[in-house]
Design a protein. Structure first.
Length: 403
């Protein structure tokens, strides 16, 4: 199943700006809290060096794109409503936020690194709010909400599990499956916290809180986008956020959006993730446009190396979700599909996906009729249990193929 990454965080920090830049969808953006009321769903792109370069071929991408030897693989993003303290009790748009965040497999927590919005997302002078609090608030609100949910029928679930002499995971999973949390997340968490999965009835309230927090981390890993990095004391705040132990990427969503729009309008040459852009025909730009672009070059690209948007998306999928690109072909010699298209598709699959699982991801029937796979690099046969690696090019040989 395709993984989804959620853009979450305090109100008015730039989540929708980030989303608009990543997806080029027109969404509401404004300098006050709760601009987004219902989540926006869209498709962004992951960038990965394409194997076409290594194989020395010209590809014909179908499910993705290839630009100058870089594969752009589509990925699902959701822009969630912003939250404030008390969200777990429904304050602000708490309920709407929680309804959406359950779908996400990983979170990009957008914060205001300029410290120019208060706890409620209201504008304040730069530097007057600590962005570490933005991340903590999100984590705490999520944990309070999840604790409330789990506590509701904790005794009943724990008692049923103990009576059946079974681990808590199987029973708790039923309750949490709609939140994207499964028994593996639960088992991993129980082990990490040193709890007894057979004696959940005797877990103390503090142990339950610790369990919930760890379960959230296991099932919804997060990366911090230190946004508005062009403004205020962002440099210092990025350092503090990193020191606090979060995985942090400084971002400037507003700059990325301007660059993407200028690219779409044919005014500049820019590829997301790049450290600079070109202006092919300077006379086409107004004085204001030139000035705005120069400011982005100086304050954002010059200072941080990029707008950070592409880096965050790549990290969310490659690091947090641990997925790898794999290229299926129907002819391992020619690297083509049945229509003769070279390296048509690139799939993003969890690291460790086996050859047979990969066949099932492409098509259920292909998985069922799987005989073996062929590695296009080595031309070796791979058995059904063979775990695929990053950038593998794989032909599936099946008993009967209706494709
Ligand atoms: N300086 C600066 N401002 C930004 C940046 N990104 C977004 N903004 C501004 O921040 C304000 C809020 O942007 P939105 O994208 O609507 O924020 P949001 O987090 O989606 O807000 P809610 O939907 O209300 O929670 C707007 O005025 C944006 O122009 C940035 O990188 N730098
Ligand atoms: Mg928004």
């Amino acid at each position: 199943m395709a993984r989804i990454v959620g853009l979450v965080g305090k109100a008015n920090v730039g989540k929708s700006t980030f989303f608009a830049a990543a997806t080029m969808k027109a969404v509401d953006i404004a300098g006050f809290p709760f601009t987004t009321i219902e989540a926006n769903k869209g498709v962004g792109y992951l960038r990965s060096p394409c194997v076409c370069t290594e194989f020395g071929v010209k590809d014909d991408p179908v499910n993705s794109a290839c630009v100058d030897g870089v594969r752009l693989v589509p990925v699902d993003l959701i822009d969630c409503p912003g939250i404030i303290r008390g969200a777990h009790q429904g304050k602000g748009l708490g309920n709407q936020f929680l309804d959406e965040v359950r779908r996400a497999d990983a979170l990009i927590v957008v914060v205001d690194a300029a410290g120019a919005t208060d706890d409620n997302g209201q504008p304040v002078p730069p530097g007057s709010h600590d962005p570490v609090e933005d991340v903590r608030m999100l984590e705490e609100e999520f944990d309070l909400w999840l604790t409330g949910l789990i506590r509701k029928d904790w005794e009943k679930i724990a008692r049923t599990a103990q009576a059946a002499r079974e681990e808590i995971g199987r029973h708790l999973e039923e309750k949490l499956t709609g939140l994207g949390m499964n028994r593996f997340h639960i088992a991993e968490t129980v082990e990490k916290r040193g709890l007894n999965p057979h004696a959940a009835l005797s877990w103390s309230p503090d142990e339950i809180i610790g369990f919930v927090s760890e379960l959230r981390k296991a099932s919804k890993p997060l990366i911090v986008a230190a946004n508005k990095a062009d403004k205020g004391p962002a440099d210092e705040n990025v350092r503090i956020l990193k020191e606090t132990g979060y995985q942090v990427v400084p971002t400037c969503a507003e700059a990325e959006l301007s660059l993407r729009r200028a690219t779409a309008a044919g005014l500049i040459h820019y590829t997301p993730g790049d450290s600079d852009f070109e202006i092919p025909e300077p006379e086409k730009l107004s004085g204001g446009q030139t000035k705005a672009l120069e400011l982005i070059r100086e304050r954002v690209l010059g200072n941080w190396g990029s707008t950070g948007i592409q880096e965050v998306i790549n990290s969310a999928f490659f690091q947090l979700l641990n997925t790898v690109p794999v290229y299926p072909v129907e002819d391992a010699e020619k690297l083509t599909d049945h229509q003769g298209r070279v390296l048509p598709d690139c799939y993003l699959v969890p690291r460790g996906t086996t050859a047979k699982q990969f066949a099932s991801i492409i098509h259920t029937e292909l998985g069922e009729s799987f005989i073996f796979a062929i590695d296009a690099r080595t031309k070796k046969r791979l058995g059904e249990g063979h775990a695929l690696n990053k950038d593998d090019v794989i032909q599936i040989v099946a008993a009967k193929s209706r494709r």
